[in-house]
Design a protein. Structure first.
Length: 129
């Protein structure tokens, strides 16, 4: 069976391509135990986002928002009006960050707004498929 979206040999794909494939770099790491695994090489290393202060500050920003609005309230967004609002907020926080204002964690707010915009865009893309 081939996928209607991209003609691959999977039953279905998501926006990133065939679902549930097992990637293979062709390179192997053999451990002392005898276990063999594909090398990490160019695979996404998600735990790198924890380096530096921003992951914690972003989490703190989300926690404060959850107290103020409810957990994951921002994930209710589903349209261009919400994107416009997030873009305005992003620009404001970016200006305040560049200006050195310390009244809020503007860097964490920038992360938040970019994530919200990308979340909504992904949601809209899925609706168009």
């Amino acid at each position: 069976m081939t996928c209607e979206k991209c003609d691959c040999e999977q039953d279905s794909c998501d926006i990133y391509g065939p679902r549930f494939t097992v990637k293979d770099s062709g390179e192997r790491t053999e451990f002392a135990s005898g276990m063999v695994r594909d090398r990490a090489g160019h695979k996404v290393n998600y735990h790198l986002v924890f380096d530096g202060p921003m992951f914690k500050r972003w989490a703190e920003h989300l926690t404060k928002g959850a107290i103020k609005y409810d957990k994951r309230n921002w994930m209710k967004a589903e349209g261009y009006q919400e994107i416009e609002h997030a873009l305005e907020s992003l620009c404001r926080h970016f200006y305040q960050y560049l200006s050195g204002e310390l009244d809020e964690d503007h860097a964490a707010a920038i992360f938040f707004n970019i994530n919200e915009i990308e979340y909504i865009r992904e949601k809209l893309t899925k609706c168009l498929d």
